[in-house]
Design a protein around this ligand. Sequence first.
Ligand SMILES: CC(C)(COP(=O)(O)OP(=O)(O)OC[C@H]1O[C@@H](n2cnc3c(N)ncnc32)[C@H](O)[C@@H]1OP(=O)(O)O)[C@@H](O)C(=O)NCCC(=O)NCCS
Length: 217
Amino acid sequence: MPDDIEEMLKTMSEDDHTSVGKMAFLKASVEACRRGVPRCHLVSYLDDGALLQELFSREGIGTQIVTQSAERLRRATIGDIGGILNLIRPLEEQGILVRRSREQLEMEIEQFMLVERDNLVIGCAALYPFEEDNAGEFACLVVHPDYRDADRGSILLNNIIGQARVRGYSRLFALTTRSIHWFLEHGFNIVDVEELPNKKKQLYNYQRRSKILALDL
Ligand SMILES: CC(C)(COP(=O)(O)OP(=O)(O)OC[C@H]1O[C@@H](n2cnc3c(N)ncnc32)[C@H](O)[C@@H]1OP(=O)(O)O)[C@@H](O)C(=O)NCCC(=O)NCCS
């Protein structure tokens, strides 16, 4: 962000000849951002193939100066279906997630929240309502493997907890075969199938043997 760069510039000295070039580029980037350029990329001429890596890798190789954080949490819209499918298909193929058709996703899209970074969907989660039981299902939680362990899963959960509370739900539950410990560490408890909302109980797949986790709100 431009403010962070300005702080950094204060610690750099024009007397140090290795910093002079960097400082000029950083100052120019700050000015460009302040005049409305959304993002500036500084790419070193010292790295062979740097431009290609900046353009074609997810993380890029250079330094990016942005007017706004490049990452945000937002509600999904119909235009995000492709991005969500790209994120969840590999996990469906590994059997970690239950397969969802494009049509199903289209119907449920408003229940999805996503983490977007540089126009890519890198995380998602859904809140399915079970109004009769005053409960919600925290479903389809995925963070892209390149972006795990940086609290994005927790951020999605906290947002869904907030939405569930606003709706007055007393319980949030989740089904998982692989990430049981993640849920336990986030305050969920393992419960019996009998505790699922009625509608969900009828759909419960005994062969899949998912663990049922519940969080009282
Ligand atoms: C579960 C998942 C969403 C977590 O995303 P994340 O952004 O890495 O989550 P956070 O950064 O908030 O939490 C990371 C912490 O949880 C731990 N963790 C991540 N996945 C875990 C798992 N499957 N089991 C146990 N712990 C796990 C990490 O080691 C890390 O611990 P630390 O903070 O002590 O280092 C991600 O691992 C994922 O997409 N998994 C595949 C899909 C899945 O299983 N979804 C749940 C079923 S619907």
